[in-house]
Design a protein around this ligand. Structure first.
Ligand code: A3P
Length: 295
């Protein structure tokens, strides 16, 4: 029987895929993932934990501004502080408090995150919008360093949904990721995390920024919350990343696209899913997470 990695390759995922601890991973990430558990964690580290395409860039910039106490863009792209991707030396070079972002499940993180009771912000987004966002990126954008010159995915939309629901996409086991993160407080002796929803940020970003600042113990003035919200609007943040920031840590893509700022809306999935695809998605979601599809 084909492994999930082989299924993904057959469906059109153009990367060297392997199985690691039962999950599909890109081969070049395996060593990095194995060393994550031993990475040094500082008492004042802040972790931003997301499933891919949930609004990581957006929230990372907001957290940086909260820590800075002003609406000033961080110098680099968020990938400068990607826990499982950067080398230990690169992470060590970051000034405290570091705002490290990760797509990993809690069980993959260093134990010291929990021992030191680091601050953890966890962002969720309607998974149907995440699928659309992933598909758009992986099928339309070609990573400049990709030696094949092909997009990461050249299969059909229907197969992509199927891979997604079956956890066959690298860093893409949505249900396992969500189950672990939603149960983390109980699993780690009432560990207090700050849960944020992309949809809530779209609805009232100032309110959500205030909530994050309170959680971090870094309250700011109402005016600063407004300024941060404005600076981090889709249009402004896209401009800042593409035109103002140092591009050293940005993954470059062919063409004009910055790769990460596409539409920035809620409910785009309705333009993509057929009724049958949506119903199937809801059904699997309900089976796996034991709750009604909440979006
Ligand atoms: P879309 O592809 O639906 O537009 P991540 O940063 O986790 O990779 O998530 C990327 C998604 O967040 C993309 O979604 C991107 O457009 C959206 N996004 C980025 N910045 C945003 C912002 N300031 N406001 C709303 N959405 C934003």
């Amino acid at each position: 029987m084909a492994t999930p990695a082989e299924k993904a390759t057959a469906a059109g995922l153009n990367a060297d895929l392997v199985m690691l601890d039962g999950f599909v991973e890109v081969e070049f990430m395996v060593d990095r993932l194995k060393r994550v558990k031993d990475l040094p964690i500082r008492d004042d580290d802040i972790l931003l934990c997301t499933f891919p395409k949930s609004g990581t860039h957006w929230t990372w910039e907001i957290l940086n501004m909260i820590v800075a106490g002003k609406a000033e863009y961080a110098k680099h792209w968020q990938n400068s502080a990607w826990l499982e991707y950067r080398t230990e030396e690169e992470l060590e070079a970051l000034a405290s408090p570091r705002i490290l972002h990760t797509h990993l499940r809690p069980s993959q993180l260093p134990e010291t995150v929990w021992d030191k009771r680091c601050k953890v912000v966890y962002v969720r987004r309607n998974p149907k919008d995440c699928v659309v966002s992933s598909f758009s990126q992986m099928s339309k954008q070609i990573w400049k360093d990709n030696p094949t010159g092909k997009p990461s995915y050249t299969g059909t939309w229907d197969d992509f949904i199927d891979l997604y629901l079956n956890g066959c996409i690298p860093i893409g086991a949505y249900f396992e990721h969500t189950i672990e993160w939603t149960n983390i407080s109980e699993a780690k002796k009432n560990f207090e995390i700050c849960k944020v929803h992309y949809e809530d940020m779209k609805q009232d970003c100032v309110r959500e920024i205030r909530r994050m600042a309170d959680y971090l113990g870094r309250p700011l003035s109402d005016k600063t919350y407004q300024d941060i919200s404005e600076a981090c609007s889709f249009t402004n943040l896209k401009h800042a990343n593409e035109k103002l920031k140092d591009q050293t840590y940005h993954f470059h893509w062919q063409g004009d696209s910055s790769g990460y700022f596409r539409k920035g809306t809620t409910g785009d999935w309705k333009n993509w899913f057929t009724v049958a695809q949506s119903e199937r998605f809801d059904r699997v979601y309900e089976e796996r997470l034991n709750e009604t599809f909440p979006y």
